[in-house]
Structures are given as C-alpha cells and as structure tokens.
Design a protein. Structure first.
Length: 449
C-alpha cells in the first residue's frame, strides 16, 4: 500500500516527516536516513556514524530528509508488515494500537495514511503530544467505556474463540468431565454437583451454551460470567503450576544428562589416550583394543538402560497424577457426605463454633453445646476460660467487620486457644471444619497470620 501518489502531494509528505515524525524517530532511524542519502558528518567516518551523539545525528537527518528520492517508499518500509492495521474504523484503530507492539513512528504513519482528514483536524494536538512526550495519538478519539470494551472484545473475538476451542479440547481429554452430558445449562447448574474451578468446565459452558445464558436475567448472566472468569484464572494458574513443574523436571533431567555426558566424554577421552599409548607401544596388541571397544559397547548399553529408566520415571509420574485425581474424587465424596448427612457430623468432637450469625443450618451438623452465639456485649473471656487446651475453636467472620475482627481474635490469642477463622456461609463453614479436622488440625500450631 502506497502512502500517496508519488506524483502528488509529495511536499506534504516531506512536511509531515519534518514537522512531526522526525521527533519520534530513534537513533537507528536517523542513521538510516543519513546513510541512504549519503550524508556526511564532520569528524566522523561512515563506519563510526553509530558513535555520533543522537542530538547531532537528528539535526543532520532533518537536513537530509529532502534528499530522500522516494519518501513514500521510505515510509512504507515502516508499515508494510502491519497489514492488520489497515481498513479499520478510526475508533477500532485507536483501541487496537493500545498496548500493541507498534512503535510511536508506526502508529503515526498508519494514522496519517488511513485517516488523512482526521489527521489534518488533529495536527496541533499531535504536535502538542509529541512535544509533551506523550503518546502521539493521545486523546485523538474519545470513547465511552462501553464502546471501548465492546470494540476491544470484537477485535480479539477470533483469538478468544481459538482459546475456547483449546479449553474444549482439554475438557474432552479430562476423564472427570468427559462423560458429563448437558441439555440445559440452567437445569444442570441447579440440580447437579458442580465441577471444581480450574478445569475449564465453565469456560466450555460459556462457549457451548452462549445462546442460552445470554437469555437469562442480567444478574444471572453476571454471576455466570464471574464464575467463568474465576474458572479461567484457576485454569491458568493450574497450567502455570504444571509448566513450572515440567520446567523443573526438564532442568533436572538436563543437568543429570549433562553430567553423564561429561563423564562419558571424559571416560572416552581417557580410553582414547590409553588406546593411543597402546598403539604407540605395540600395535600388535589387538586384544587390548578389542577390550576397549567392548567397554565402549557396555557404556552404550548402560546409556540405553538409563533412557529406559527415564521412561519408567515418566510412568511413575503418570501414576502420581492418577493418585492426585483420586484425591480430588475423595474431596468430592467428603462434600457429598456433608450435604447428605442426617446426624451430627461433629458429634463428640472437641470443637466449638463461635458465630454472630444465627443460621439454623449449623444445628444440622453440630451439637447445641458446640455452637456459641455472641454479640458485642458477650464476655468471650469468661467463655474461653472453660475451653480446654486440646479443644479447637472456629470463629465465623460472617457479619463481622474488619475492625471488630481484630477485637474478636484478641482473647483467643491472649488465652493461647487453638482457633481457626472461617466464613462464606453455613455450608462452606462446615466444609472447612471437616477439612481442618481431617488435616490433623490438633497437631498444628494455632492460627498464624
């Protein structure tokens, strides 16, 4: 794509370069201008142009610009590889260049080429931005937050679709999600036990049932989108952890391999020297040579044995992953046990739940003696005086302000009581108590912040 007809408006192009673009060029651009116009710089040979101070180089380049025979071809070299920034509405262009890898020079040339009339209207603002060291197109086109986000989404929609396709492929390989059959997203979310975050399930539902969830009430849509965002974050974090672990394994393997190769090379070098000495002393000792060759074969076999051992390690890693999946299933079984329990889940356990919120759900899982309700007038010191050292307290922070939470924890710390803070509603609190107890809380030190 040419900037302008080479027989027309050439002077305007030179004016554009001299008045605005020259202040955005870097040292490499100035060097390029001087070299292609055969410019000279007093006191410096051509091979030493790179040593010229940038200020001096810029002044020389400004004078040499008029000597560029084909100014449009020169400018096109900056943008000819940026074809995805052509044929955009100006508001799409402004949003797309934000955070892009484009240089300020590329941005301004593209803007000049694509939107000449808008450029003319904003020349003074562009010059002001350059003078003030701001992005050259700062405040050129104002958009509302809604417009900006919508444009940004549309620009990246194709990439988003690719990412969602990858997540869908991952789900198809995930045994825990593979057999899930869903005809109605809403019915599934209401009636089934929900998969854990971080497996990409909700991202897949975002794509697969987009038409359905977009017909929901706005508050339900927001809740589902938030769930998808949290799923994406957890999914991304799990991938990062896997990548980090793979990097560690790779580094460990490479270090071991490097040492072994070094030892092998050293050994081979030693044996080669011995062989040379044997040959030099007596070339007739073929038996010694054969012995060395056999030893080399043995080393190769040992190396092959090492590679097989590495494959066994990979197999063991696979078994470990299966154990992790089993652990996840056990977690789900624990949660189902909580949901389906019909008797006191913590009967005879040496625990107490301190709660400001009066929720009848607690009575389904804890004995009456294990639930201690409090308010701002409750003397916790008197209650805690009767708590034994091997008993564990859980403090429900639901309904408690940040300021009050510090006051609430103080008597527990002063009396050296083992305690944990919990929150998130009755069911979540019961889950956390189960996790703490099954995690041998009694053997841990008390809460650390």
């Amino acid at each position: 794509m040419l900037l302008v007809d080479e027989m027309e408006n050439k002077e305007k192009v030179y004016e554009f370069v001299n008045n605005q673009l020259i202040d955005l060029f870097n040292k490499e651009d100035y060097l390029r201008i001087v070299k292609i116009t055969n410019g000279k710089i007093a006191g410096f040979s051509k091979k030493n142009f790179h040593k010229v101070p940038e200020g001096l180089l810029k002044n020389v380049a400004r004078k040499q610009i008029q000597k560029i025979k084909n100014i449009t071809k020169f400018l096109n070299t900056f943008i000819e590889h940026r074809k995805d920034y052509f044929n955009l509405e100006v508001r799409e262009f402004v949003v797309k260049i934000e955070g892009s890898e484009l240089t300020e020079v590329e941005k301004l040339i593209l803007f000049y080429v694509n939107y000449p009339e808008i450029y003319k209207q904003n020349m003074e603002l562009i010059e002001y931005n350059i003078k003030e060291k701001k992005p050259c197109l700062h405040r050129i086109y104002k958009l509302s937050v809604t417009e900006k986000l919508e444009i940004f989404f549309n620009i990246n929609k194709e990439k988003l679709q690719e990412n969602l396709n990858y997540v869908n492929f991952h789900n198809e390989e995930n045994k825990s999600l593979k057999n899930i059959k869903i005809s109605s997203l809403r019915e599934y979310l209401i009636s089934e036990s929900l998969p854990l975050l971080g497996e990409g399930f909700y991202l897949n539902m975002y794509k697969s049932f987009e038409e359905e969830w977009r017909s929901w009430e706005e508050k339900d849509q927001i809740s589902f989108i938030n769930l998808g965002i949290h799923d994406a974050i957890a999914y991304y974090y799990s991938l990062l952890k896997q990548l980090e672990e793979l990097k560690k394994q790779k580094k460990s393997y490479e270090e071991k391999k490097k040492i072994e190769v070094k030892e092998l090379n050293s050994l081979l070098s030693d044996k080669s020297e011995e062989l040379k000495e044997v040959k030099d002393r007596n070339r007739q000792k073929e038996d010694d040579i054969n012995e060395l060759l056999n030893e080399h074969i043995k080393l190769s076999e040992e190396y092959e044995e090492y590679k097989r051992g590495y494959k066994n390690i990979e197999s063991e890693l696979s078994v470990t992953k299966n154990l992790l999946n089993s652990y996840k299933k056990e977690q789900i079984e624990i949660e189902n046990k909580i949901q389906n329990s019909t008797s006191f889940l913590f009967e005879n356990e040496k625990i107490y739940l301190f709660t400001k919120v009066r929720d009848s759900t607690f009575a389904n899982y804890l004995e009456e003696r294990q639930i201690i309700y409090f308010n701002k007038n409750t003397d916790l010191g008197e209650i805690l005086a009767n708590i034994e050292k091997d008993e564990v307290c859980f403090i429900n922070f639901d309904g408690v302000s940040t300021k009050d939470s510090f006051q609430l924890e103080r008597p527990f710390k002063e009396k050296n009581i083992i305690y944990r803070t919990v929150s998130g509603g009755a069911i979540n609190i019961v889950r956390k108590i189960v996790y703490y107890l099954e995690g041998e809380l009694h053997n841990e030190t008390k809460e650390t912040n």
